[in-house]
Design a binder for this molecule. Structure first.
Ligand code: 25A
Ligand code: L14
Length: 343
């Protein structure tokens, strides 16, 4: 397909937390959208959602054809992607899929534009958008990897409820109100009260794997290796849900192959695209979820030597999980496809 002036874009899961961000980010960034189509489940069929100054009627994904669609942004969960993404690709769309359905498929590139843009060229109709916790971590680690190599990563996450969708955000709000009003607290999305609590199980509905890890934890290991293109990197992780509405935080410990000082790491991170360094402990300046929420960058701070090993650093990495962790990264992949003529 040659270069066009405008592209037909479909958003699958347009009614969801991520779909909502996709709609606004496409507009914000002035993506060259000709026609836009919104798709979701039958529940939302016929609903009108905004696009610029007009409204677009939501179509039922199971009835919708992708003929004439150039780019299909999928964010309606893994099972919907498995069923409909191959169909969309065969009908001529290039699919950028937010779910975990195809991320580890060897025919599907897993792309973070600041880290491994060249992988996008290998696509066969589907490109996967990585997991939110992985994206922000690899963006922060890439300049350190290029300079000093990485032997091992130890990461703990503090993940906000918006990662679990719009209903999860409502649940945190309602539980907080009810708890403070001395009313009965009800749980439906999360297995335990999430208000005033940390829950070490993501996804909340997912089973623990035979090795005792959660799916989210194993995604961080496998996806990091695939994106960095280095299966020798050791990664161990604990992923935790915290009662924050938006913005995932991570304590990242990295053991490098060669020595790198905190000053050098800050210098490299300051000029790396998509990163903002907020690191001035004397002034109590460090990244916070409430700073990152609504912004595009990955925020890095608390950079310090790991004094327990020969070559290592600690840092605190925060980003908007629905923007860089999902919708923004997907749209940056679409922009990359246009720049490199890969549609
Ligand atoms: O477990 P899964 O299946 O893998 O799903 C994982 C979830 O991950 C989210 C996404 O949630 C998905 O549901 N997700 C995906 N990638 C993500 C990422 N990178 C990510 N989250 C964070 N980072 P979501 O809330 O963002 O979006 C859900 C969207 O999926 C649409 N959908 C659901 N079933 C569908 C479907 N679309 C097509 N066919 C289907 N069978 C969903 O549309 C939404 O757009 P919807 O029409 O179902 O939602 C309309 C509104 O209704 C609410 N709602 C959702 N489920 C129910 C519900 N209301 C009543 N009962 C329900 N069971 C939603 O709040 C929505 O606003
Ligand atoms: O694999 O915070 O994209 O619940 C998206 C939502 C991972 C978990 C993914 C969350 C999921 C995340």
């Amino acid at each position: 397909m040659g270069k066009k002036e405008k592209y037909s874009v479909a958003i699958v899961g347009a009614t969801g937390a991520v779909g909502e961000k996709m709609r606004s980010i496409l507009e914000e960034r002035g993506f060259p959208v000709g026609e836009v189509r919104y798709m979701a489940s039958g529940r939302s069929k016929g609903k009108m959602l905004p696009w610029k100054d007009s409204g677009i009627v939501v179509e039922d994904l199971s009835e919708a054809s992708f003929k004439g669609v150039d780019i299909a942004l999928f964010s309606a969960g893994g099972s919907r992607s498995k069923e409909h993404a191959p169909r969309a690709a065969s009908e001529g769309a290039v699919v950028i899929d937010n779910s975990s359905a195809f991320r580890m498929d060897k025919d599907v590139p897993l792309v973070v534009p600041e880290v491994n843009p060249d992988d996008a060229a290998k696509h066969k109709g589907i490109i996967a958008n990585p997991n939110c916790s992985t994206i922000q971590m690899v963006v922060a680690l890439k300049p350190i990897y290029d300079e000093a190599g990485i032997k091992r990563i130890v990461v703990s996450t503090y993940q906000s409820v918006s990662g679990a969708g719009l209903k999860a955000v409502e649940e945190l709000m309602q539980q907080t109100r009810d708890f403070l009003d001395d009313k009965e607290v009800k749980c439906s999305i999360f297995p335990y009260q999430i208000a005033f609590e940390c829950i070490p199980q993501i996804p909340q509905s997912g089973a623990f794997l035979p090795n005792g890890y959660t799916e989210e934890e194993m995604k961080m290991l496998n996806e990091t290796r695939k994106i960095m293109g280095d299966s020798s990197i050791k990664v161990t992780m604990t992923t935790v849900r915290v009662p924050v509405v938006g913005g995932h935080s991570e304590a990242v410990n990295v053991e490098t192959a060669r020595k790198i000082t905190p000053d050098r790491a800050r210098e490299l991170l300051k000029v790396f695209p998509g990163v903002t360094v907020l690191d001035d402990p004397e002034k109590q300046i460090y990244p916070l979820a409430n700073i990152a929420w609504g912004k595009d960058d990955v925020f890095v701070g608390r950079i310090r030597q790991d004094e327990s090993v020969e070559c290592g650093l600690n840092m605190w990495v925060v980003s908007d999980n629905l923007r860089k962790g999902a919708a923004l990264n997907a749209i940056q992949i679409a922009e990359l496809l246009l720049q490199r003529n890969l549609l």
